[in-house]
Every structure is written in C-alpha cells, then in structure tokens.
Design a protein around this ligand. Structure first.
Ligand code: FAD
Length: 603
C-alpha cells in the first residue's frame, strides 16, 4: 500500500516560472483553488535568469512598431513553421500583458518622457524589448509571485512531480515527492497546467540550470499527449566559454543590442560576411549604419550581429572550425569599443548591462568596459514541446494544459529573443483562464491506487541497488553524447549512433543505484530525472532525423538547404499503443489571407 500525503485543488500548476505563475494568477482570479508546485524555491525558476527583456509592440521607442510587424518578425524568425494563430494572439496581446505587469508593480526602465523603455534585439525590426536593465526576469518573477501570494495560491516548494494520473482519457492529478523529507504526495485536481520549462540539461554546454531536465515534456508524453517541433533546439550564440566552470552561462543579446560587436581572432567583424537573403534588405551592410541603428537612428538597418540566433551561432562555429577562433575556442564579443563613440562609455555599459559587468568581473576577471569577452554557442531554449490548442492551451489529453517553454507552436523553427517572456505572459494567462473554466465544468476524477503504487515503487527502486553505478555517470555520458552527435550541426550517421547510445544509456539507467536516505538526496533525484532526460533526448534525435533539411535552429550537414515539403509540416511525436515512439509529419493549416498579406507587406 503506497504511503503519501494527499492534496486537493481545482487547478494544479506544475512549475513556478513566468508561465506557471501567470497561469496560477489567472486561475486564482477566476475564483478556483490553485496549487503551484516547483522543483526549487519560489522565485528561483529559470525565468528569474532572463536578462534582455519582454518583446511587445508597445511602440514607445519607435512608433512604426505594431502587432502586425511583431507578428511578421515572429513568423520570419520561425521560418513559417509557427502556429500562425498563436503568433497572431501573441503579437496582439503582449502589449496589454506588459502593461498589466506594470500595474501589478513591475518597475521597467523608462524613456525620457516616462514610458516603458524598449531595446533592440535579434530579429525584431524595431526596438521592442521592455526591460529592467539586464534583470528583467527577476522583476517579472518578483511581481507575479507577490501578486499570486496575495491571491492565495498554495505553493509547494522543492516538490517534484514524477507522474501524471489519469481517469480514463482525462488527467486528474499528479504524484511526486518533496526534497526535504523524501515523502510522497498525491495532488488531485480537476485541471493540470504543465509549465515546467526546457530541456537544456540534456546537453553538456547549456545556459539552463539543474531543473531543466524536460520533465513536463516526458510527463505529457507518458500521459499520451502529442508533442511537436522537438528537433528545434536553440543554441544561443553567446555563452561564456572560459573559465570551464562557467562554460555555457549566458551572455545576453542585449550586449549586441547596445552596440557590442563580434570579431574573430584577426579582428574582423565576420558577421558581415554572410547575411542570409531572407534578411538582406533589413540588415546594415556597413559598420557605420549598424552603429547608428543601435543608437536609435530610425533610418538605419540593424547590424548583422542582430541576425537570428541560429545563424549567428553557426557563423561562430564556422570561424572556430576554420581556425579563426579565440584562444579558448570561441570568438570575441566587444562592447568596450564603444568608448571610441560615446563619452563615459564604462559608466554607460555598467548602467545598461550591470549583470554582465559583474558576471565577467567576478567569474572570469574580465572588465567588459575595457576588454572583449570570449563567447561561444550554448544550448539555451527548446522551441518544441507539448502541442496545444492556440486559444485555450489545452493539449489533446482532456484536462491537461501546457504553456511557456514546455508548450510548442509559437516559435516554429527558431525563437526570437524576448519572445519567450511575452509567450509566458500571453499563454500563461490563457492557460490559467481556460484551466479554471475547465475545472468549473468538471468534478475531481478517480485516482487508481495501482497507478500510485507503481509510481512509488518506480521512484524507490534505486535504493534497492546500493553499490550499483550511480546516476551522474549516466547523466554525463548522455550530455556529452547529445552535445557531440545531436548538436548545432547534425547528420544522419551521427544521429543513428546517438539513437543506439540512447538505448545503451536507457539500459544503464535501469540498473542505476543510490545510497543514503530519502532526505535531501540529490543522487536519488538525479536517478529519477534520468528517465525524462532520456525520453526528451530520444525525441530530439528522432525528430531531427525525420526533418531531412536545414531550417531555423535545425541544421543538417547532409541536407544543408531548405526543402519546401518540410516547410509545410511540423514533426509530431506521440507514444504508440505498444509503447513505441511514433513520429509523423503533420501538415500546417493554411494561413488566412489577411495574415498572409501582413507577411507579404513586411517582406
Ligand atoms: C540566462 C537566460 C536568459 C534569458 N533571457 C531571456 C530574455 O531576456 N527574454 C526572453 O524572452 N527569454 C529569455 N530567456 C528564456 C526564458 O527565460 C525561458 O524560456 C522562460 O523563463 C521559461 O519560463 P517557463 O515559465 O516556461 O519555465 P521556467 O521559468 O523554466 O520554470 C519552470 C518551472 O517548472 C518547475 N519544474 C520543472 N520540472 C518540474 C517537476 N517535475 N515537478 C515540479 N516542478 C517542476 C521548475 O522548478 C520551475 O519552477 C532566457 C533564458 C536564460 C537561461
């Protein structure tokens, strides 16, 4: 007989990042009883690390901006694989969501006339990112958290969900453990919102913290939900590469938005060497024009350093491979050079990029106001995830909703910087609203005791194998393998090898053992996380094998060009009746003429 503590709520939100908190706030405001679960402490979710800002067409800095331009930019960035309805809702609703955040107490940087300041970012035609220095995520989390606590959310900190529970087709709860005591908990709920973030920890070099093991995606998959776009893993072009202990840590795109330039070891601004045709008309072709753009000249086009992340990351990789890299295998990102252009440049840099200044000073002993930084690509964001209805955010499993990074659709083949924080607000809000409505229409379902017993047994099995191989060796082997074989540039031979390796690692994970007891036992938690990491790694690899072309964040050496037939479909994944991972191509629905027209006009 399983031993656990039972909790009952109308809506259960798994994840306390921006998406989870925004969903919880909305559901709570609708008058239902809401619980939020987070693997770490409240306020520590990934969202807190977000630096550059929230993309929303407020048009405060450039009055030519509008939801139509934002929509067109998002679709172009996603190489037209985006769910166009989500891109439309997102562009239309993001400004109101930012104002709402401000009304709840978020203190944004200001224009001289007191409006919310907006900065330049890659792929956005006009300055569009509402920000708070380079600590925007912190302000967003702080605001949502304060607001949510006042609304009376029940928060379960340092709790991890290991399985979703179903009554027939419908999701009716979740089962997990608390880190402090290792006790089990059963959360019964009428609706469940997944807001568990990304999968960065499947790779060796990543900007993501320890929590991002793809749990939500694996939970949804096991519950029978459909997923999509898993081949699209974003490698952010600028992560720290030195010293090794901080390798992967993000260097915000805000550095480039504020005038930072990329150079190879010969001092050349190599980004001018390859401007993709899709962006040629919008990109500066000389350094002078690029600089003027970063300083707000409306007649200038953006510098090539602000091209989309996938492209910039591949250009950096090319420079390194062809022997023009920096001493530690990256390239140079230089913001110190702006002292040639503006007075008091060091103070200006410290004011605009305080976290970057401290990050490099403290971790690498580099003063970014005087010296260039060494940077290279780092695994950053998962465009793929749970397939959802664009309006309600419900997955194809009744009662199961998903939003934020663990949901899919908005970003297509590549996310524009800043479009994640706005995604969390727009679709977190919608998920909360529709989950609350669903909860009002449905009663609590039945929990099958044998499902709970099975989940408990599975979680405890590792203690029976004290002395066996530990989980960290398997986790490290998986991360190395994904980095080498399913990274920025892919090819069939290597990905087939990756699939074999994943099967071997799955077998090793089945034999892993841990010692000690259930209180604060990170080895035990890592052993449990392995299953999600392996599942999402297999999804990424299989989807990447299926997409036999190069598009957005997915680049294949063996198919280096786009292929029109893949431009018309998403790659979908689902667990088959016999437990096999099914991969299918799903045609993208025809875009309505009025949206097509916007895209044509903005070309
Ligand atoms: C360094 C950095 C800078 C960034 N800067 C920007 C930026 O400027 N602009 C922008 O738009 N985007 C930015 N991003 C991306 C953006 O921050 C993330 O995509 C976004 O915050 C994800 O939010 P989320 O709510 O979906 O999930 P998260 O904030 O990742 O939260 C996930 C939550 O789920 C919980 N969880 C996970 N698994 C479980 C489980 N099994 N049981 C219980 N709880 C679980 C976690 O504990 C956490 O509370 C940045 C990312 C990084 C890493």
């Amino acid at each position: 007989m399983a031993e656990y503590i039972k909790h009952e709520h109308d809506v259960l939100v798994i994840g306390a990042g921006g998406a989870g908190l925004r969903a919880a706030v909305e559901a709570s405001a609708a008058g239902v009883k809401v619980a939020v679960i987070t693997k770490s402490l409240l306020g520590k979710a990934h969202t807190v690390m977000a630096e550059g800002g929230i993309a929303a067409a407020l048009a405060n800095v450039d009055d030519r901006d509008s939801w139509r331009v934002h929509f067109a930019d998002t679709m172009r960035g996603g190489q037209y694989l985006n769910n166009w309805r989500m891109a439309e809702l997102h562009a239309k609703e993001a400004p109101e969501c930012v104002r709402e955040l401000e009304a709840w107490g978020a203190l944004f940087d200001r224009t001289p006339d007191g409006r919310i300041l907006q900065r330049n970012f890659g792929g956005h035609r006009y300055p569009r990112l509402a920000h708070v220095g380079d600590r925007t995520g912190l302000e967003m989390i702080r605001t949502l958290q304060d607001h949510g606590i006042h609304l009376g959310l029940d928060v379960f900190m340092e709790y991890t969900v290991v399985t979703l529970l179903k009554d027939g087709d419908r999701v009716v709860g979740a089962f997990g453990y608390d880190r402090e005591r290792g006790r089990f908990h059963l959360f019964q709920a009428k609706a469940v919102v997944l807001a568990t973030g990304g999968i960065g920890r499947a790779y060796k070099i990543t900007s993501n913290s320890w929590e991002y093991t793809g749990d939500g995606l694996a939970l949804a998959y096991e519950a029978g939900a459909g997923l999509q776009d898993m081949e699209f893993v974003q490698f952010h072009p600028t992560g720290m590469i030195w010293p090794p202990s901080v390798c992967g840590l993000l260097v915000t795109e805000g550095v480039r938005g504020d005038g930072g330039v990329l150079r190879n070891k010969e001092g050349r601004r190599f980004m001018f060497d390859s401007i993709p045709p899709l962006y040629a008309s919008q990109t500066a072709d000389n350094e002078e024009e690029g600089w003027r753009y970063t300083q707000g000249d409306k007649n200038a086009r953006r510098p090539p350093e602000l091209l989309t992340r996938d492209h910039v990351a591949r250009c950096i990789r090319r420079e390194v491979r062809e022997g023009r890299g920096s001493p530690h295998g990256g390239v140079f990102l230089d913001i110190a050079w702006i002292k040639q252009r503006i007075r008091n440049a060091p103070e200006h840099i410290k004011r605009k990029l305080p976290s970057m200044y401290h990050q490099f000073k403290q971790l690498a002993d580099i003063d970014i106001t005087q010296e260039a930084m060494e940077v290279g690509p780092t695994t950053h964001y998962m465009m793929g995830g749970v397939s959802v209805d664009p309006g309600s955010q419900m997955s194809d499993v009744p009662g199961l909703f998903a939003s934020g990074e663990c949901g899919a659709g908005l970003h297509g083949a590549n996310r524009l910087g800043g479009n994640s924080l706005s995604d969390l607000l727009v679709f977190g809000k919608r998920a909360g609203q529709y989950a609350a409505a669903y909860a009002k229409e449905n009663s609590l379902g039945n929990i099958n005791p044998s499902d709970v017993e099975r989940a408990e047994k599975q979680a405890l099995v590792f203690f029976e194998r004290d002395g066996a191989e530990g989980p960290y060796a398997v986790q490290n082997a998986l991360q190395d393998m994904m980095q080498d074989l399913v990274g920025i540039v892919r090819q069939e031979k290597e990905m087939l090898q990756a699939l074999d390796r994943i099967q071997e690692l799955k077998a090793r994970a089945q034999r892993v053992g841990v010692s000690g007891n259930r209180e604060y036992n990170p080895g035990w938690h890592t052993a449990i996380d392995l299953s999600s990491l392996l599942t999402v790694s297999e999804m990424v690899t299989k989807a990447a094998l299926e997409r036999k072309e190069s598009r957005g964040a997915h680049f294949r050496d063996d198919y280096p060009n786009k292929d029109a037939k893949f431009g018309a479909c998403n790659i979908a994944i689902r667990k088959g009746a016999a437990g096999e991972m099914q991969i299918t191509r799903v045609p993208i629905p025809e875009m309505p003429p009025e949206l097509k027209q916007i895209i044509e006009e903005m070309k």
